[in-house]
Design a protein around this ligand. Sequence first.
Ligand code: CA
Ligand code: CA
Ligand code: CA
Length: 334
Amino acid sequence: MTADALRLNSGSTSRLWSGGAFLVCAGLSLAPLARGDGMVTPLHVTAGEAIQNEFADTIKGDHTIPRDERPLVHIMYVGDGILPPLADGSPQNQVAEGGETYIGALIAPSLLNSGLFAAALDDPRPPEASALFVRVYNDATYSNSLFYTDSQIMSVSGNTDLYAHFGPMTNIIDIFRDTDGDGLPDWWEHLKSQIGDPTFFDPDEDADGDGMTVEQEYIAGTDPLDPESRFIFTRIAPLYSETNYVEHVWTDPETEITYTQQIYAVEGEIISWPSAAGRLYEIEYTTNMIGGEYQTLPGAEALAATAPTNTFINLNVFEDNLRLYYRARVWKAE
Ligand SMILES: [Ca+2]
Ligand SMILES: [Ca+2]
Ligand SMILES: [Ca+2]
């Protein structure tokens, strides 16, 4: 395969599929979350007050039941905002390393039923200025929980311990309500409107002028008010062999200096795009962008999100000098 074999036509424009999928090219880069660098002092995260359940009763860490059967606590990174749990209760925000604990954990036995917990996030400790929050479920597993409560946002600063203060319990089913019936759940409109309006958006409008409607941005997990946030390939680059190369040697006739150059073979192609939790992706290719049939790229079916970026290495071998055009499809995992 030559370097030419997999070149993408970077002049292509967006193409929409039913269900919110399109052909994409061009550049947007999202930096992955930085991790702690060398700090090993544990970060203590503690409940600032007793946590109450949906009936305003204290959630207890009953010492008569095993630790992991007490109500679940997640300490999570804020990232793009405090996102509600998915329909199965699983978190959309990233849980910090060591950030899963239980009510009554790491506190004195006399405090087990006080509705408190403490957690120690050890190495890799969240880096300075990370934004964290705590979610407490009303059961020992998120899949069994019907309610949850989130703390306020806390910023990691030096070796200062963090104290979480909580709002009221929220019914997990309620957050999927769609008051205006436009297909965009209230929680998403509330979060993305930036003004807390649960009926803010028209799903067919392109509110930020980036070529994607609000509904498409909802499906792709991009920001409907940020034109830089859209579903595009952020990287398409050759993957060079580390061992397989052709060596060219020549001598400059004037200086009589001999040069050696290794030209490494292209073994595949690196394809990256911005991704969001709870989405699945598929990459298709064609050799003829004008009216050609797209086929699924072998190995690139129903790829789970590794937010904020997914990368697929295409190692499929095609004929030499065959130019491929890609498009990606995204849908929400059920
Ligand atoms: Ca709605
Ligand atoms: Ca848009
Ligand atoms: Ca956008």
